[in-house]
Design a binder for this molecule. Sequence first.
Ligand code: NAP
Length: 487
Amino acid sequence: MSDISEAGVVDAVGKDLFIGGKWTSAAGGRSFPVHDPSTGKVLCEVADASPEDGKAALDSAVAAQADFAAMAPRERGEILRRAYELLIARADELALLMTLEMGKPLPEAKGEITYAAEFFRWFAEEAVRIDGGYAVAPNGNGRFLVHRQPVGPTLLITPWNFPMAMGTRKLGPAIAAGCTSVIKPAAQTPLSMLALAGILAEAGLPAGVVNVLTTSDSGGVMEPLIRDGRARKLSFTGSTAVGRKLLEQCAEKVLRTSMELGGNAPFLVFDDADLDAAIEGAMQAKMRNIGEACTAANRFYVQRGIVEEFSRRLTERMSALPMGRGTEEGVVVGPLIDEAAVEKVSSLVSDAADRGAQVLTGGSAVDGPGNFYRATVLTDVPKEAKLTTEEIFGPVAPISVFDTEDEAVAAANDTEYGLVSYLFTNDVKRALRVSERLEAGMIGLNQGIVSNPAAPFGGIKQSGLGREGGTVGIDEFLETKYIAVSL
Ligand code: NAP
């Protein structure tokens, strides 16, 4: 990708399916369009896989599995390291591609490329640290050997909101562990994953180890692969509703599963917090990715003594954010992914306003073209408002007031989700006490971002199963085998 024009970065990407190391057109030459959410225009067409293409991709992953499992861990790590370097070297082109298909502002897209690349660097290092064990049996006679092996061929499904990082967060540990895969990006943002397939091939990944399926029929193509039984694991990132359905499908052949699902993050600010830090954290936790993140602060609970100042300062910051196409200089609020997203955000805000919430700024969509919704702050949000229980997935910050710590913790935990909670306080005892009581897989303590490739990312309750990243990330792709030795 040497041309950095918009047309140039789109043209440089393969538009076919990537199966067995080759670019292959879909059965019948079918394709579907990819749109720019800031204009509604078609960027290009990509291959539209059928169930038959899906089977070919799984055949390829199954055929490549034994040789790939036998590849030296150092060699697997070096492939990941080369792919990391290629991602960093091409960050500008890849960021532009991502902004075009997904809408996020260019600096954020570039940040995602770096974040995505870091998963490859981290797992390049983890590939050579897969450990085992040797122990004396309690009776003193036998010995236990504990050996860790790749789970086998995997199915990976990723969402549209982080089109590159959600892919590398799965492919990094899969490759490090020695697993082959069939990966399916979201139909709305397939281009980043197609670009990644080219980079992995260039980095020396053997044919068939990673196979990419783009399709407009995700259920029709993936269900037969899940039910086939040859793939031994499904790793999914997406909504809880789809995750639930996939778990049922996985039950039939008892697949291992990792589920990174939806969130409904509470953001607690106590009277004793550093207010500057809380406002900064709130802007990051709310506005990263235009609010379209599973980790997005969905509900702000602020203690009575500071709620007025917090609301005023957050409103000042939110109302000053430049909105526009993500490619334009200085833009912070890009478009939402599609019209349905704008409609959903609009209806959640109207519902809150109808129930008594006050709109301090924003509160409306922008006329097209493009799927824009204004950065919004709401106060006096009642508990009954729908946006306290549903993911907003947009640039809307609803604020409610609390008096006591017990009240704040109860409100924070009053959700089926448990991905992340944010907590701002300068009292160290309260910080630890409340962190322990919050029902979430991750806590942002005096900070508005928790994602880090070196840390275990994941949720509890209906936010998912398993962890990605950190030293535990590779475990999701390894089986433990115990060999009982008689001496
Ligand atoms: P989604 O509708 O659940 O889709 C996620 C992926 O699943 C897409 O690739 C989608 O493909 C595919 N899919 C949909 N229905 C399917 C089916 N029946 N069988 C197989 N695949 C199917 O979620 P989304 O709207 O793309 O993403 C937003 C959601 O992801 C939010 O809930 C967010 O919280 C969650 N998320 C969670 C994390 C985390 O780490 N916990 C990270 C990012 C996002 P098509 O779109 O092409 O149909």
